[in-house]
Design a protein around this ligand. Structure first.
Ligand code: NAG
Ligand code: NAG
Ligand code: NAG
Ligand code: NAG
Length: 344
């Protein structure tokens, strides 16, 4: 175990707005959304990439740029949340994060050069962050020397504390990483994980989630969510076929979540919206707009898991660093809470 640096900072939000009173039965669109936490770097250069929630209600938000911080945000809905920062040694940017055992999380990261999401070859790896002690500790699980860009991370449902699945959006495949031994292998590789070579940002497989016997993944350029059967170890059969479960009416999808009813919530990043699709149907915009900052540059979503925030969907943003709203308006990375009370 390597002791991690822990710095506390009180945080004052730029704009804290109260939620409008939610509609009684069915929510009207867009759903109420408010910024609950925002960095204040100026000019803006910060990029939040992913989010996981702790069972005590704290948010764990990973930073892709400018440094490898995990922002641990306490009392996120209080109006004045406090954040502590956990730094990962030997990395300058972090991506996917998932809980593998109660209060233990796995996170993907690496060394990044000048461009956003352009890693130093051979530097990417998986770290473990353990919150069970008096202070969080971090540990390198393994570097994956052959990896391109590690992105979304999900645990294997039948053995969450021993293995994770990790999307590689450069090699267009999923790695399986053994958390105890650090051994890794290819878990799945299907054509639906490839991006479009003619896209402005060629990007295929991005977010990953696991449910029962399936691995779900988003393909950014196809603006689609697919699923693939996996075995108990988390590995797909050689001839396994991906099934498209949602086609979003957007140009791009970043990470996503699946709610209790099986609806897919997608972050559209430069689309500046959060969209929701039911299985096999199109999508509707529930927050944001191409010309608005509301959820601009949204990279990932997290579902509240305590009684207090079970109706909240948290959204993290890359602060529109690479694609300013209206071509000119950018802001720092932030976390937005969407209230989905009454939304079906
Ligand atoms: C990481 O970046 C953030 C946002 O720019 C900044 O506030 C923070 O001080 C940086 N941390 C370190 C350790 O450089
Ligand atoms: C950092 O890198 C050094 C040298 O490769 C290694 O010994 C150490 O385990 C790494 N620490 C972490 C927390 O990744
Ligand atoms: C990119 O390639 C895809 C698949 O080959 C094709 O459907 C699409 O029209 C192409 N887009 C452009 C802008 O050429
Ligand atoms: C973008 O432009 C539209 C149309 O002029 C305007 O309504 C909107 O407020 C602008 N967005 C921002 C974030 O300035």
């Amino acid at each position: 175990m390597y002791p991690s640096k822990l710095a506390f900072l009180a945080f004052a939000c730029k704009a804290i707005l109260a939620f409008p009173t939610p509609a009684t039965d069915t929510a009207s669109l867009p759903l109420p959304a408010r910024t609950i936490f925002q960095l204040d770097d100026s000019p803006p250069k910060s990029w939040f990439e992913n989010i996981a929630l702790r069972r005590n209600g704290d948010l764990l938000v990973t930073m892709l740029s400018p440094n490898a911080s995990i922002y641990s945000i306490q009392e996120p809905l209080s109006g004045s949340p406090k954040a502590s920062i956990i730094n990962i040694a030997n990395a300058t940017g972090l991506l996917g994060i998932t809980e593998t055992a109660p209060d233990v999380f796995a996170v993907a990261g690496g060394l990044f050069g000048t461009g956003i999401a352009v890693p130093v070859p051979g530097s990417m790896g998986i770290w473990e962050v353990d919150f069970r002690g008096p202070e969080p500790t971090t540990r390198l699980v393994t570097k994956i020397a052959e990896a391109g860009i590690l992105n979304g991370v999900a645990s294997v449902p039948s053995c969450p504390s021993s293995a994770i699945l990790v999307a590689d959006n450069e090699l267009s495949l999923i790695w399986r990483v053994d958390l105890k031994t650090g051994e890794y292998e290819t878990a799945a590789e299907v054509p639906e994980m490839k991006g479009l070579s003619n896209a402005t940002v060629p990007l295929g497989v991005n977010g990953v989630k696991t449910r029962g016997e399936y691995l779900y993944f988003s393909n950014s350029n196809l603006a689609s969510i697919f699923r693939l059967p996996i075995d108990k170890r988390g590995v797909a059969a050689k001839d396994a076929k991906a099934e498209r479960v949602a086609k979003l009416d957007t140009g791009f999808v970043d990470d996503f979540v699946i709610d209790e009813e099986g609806k897919y919530w997608g972050a559209t990043n430069s689309g500046n919206t959060v969209v929701v699709a039911k299985r096999g149907s199109g999508s509707i915009v529930v927050a944001g707009k191409s010309t608005e900052l509301t959820v601009a540059g949204d990279t990932a979503l997290g579902l509240g898991r305590t009684e207090a925030d079970k109706n909240i969907v948290y959204v993290v943003t890359g602060g529109t660093v690479t694609s300013p709203v209206n071509g000119t308006v950018s802001e720092s990375a932030k976390v937005v809470a969407i209230d989905r009370t009454g939304f079906e």
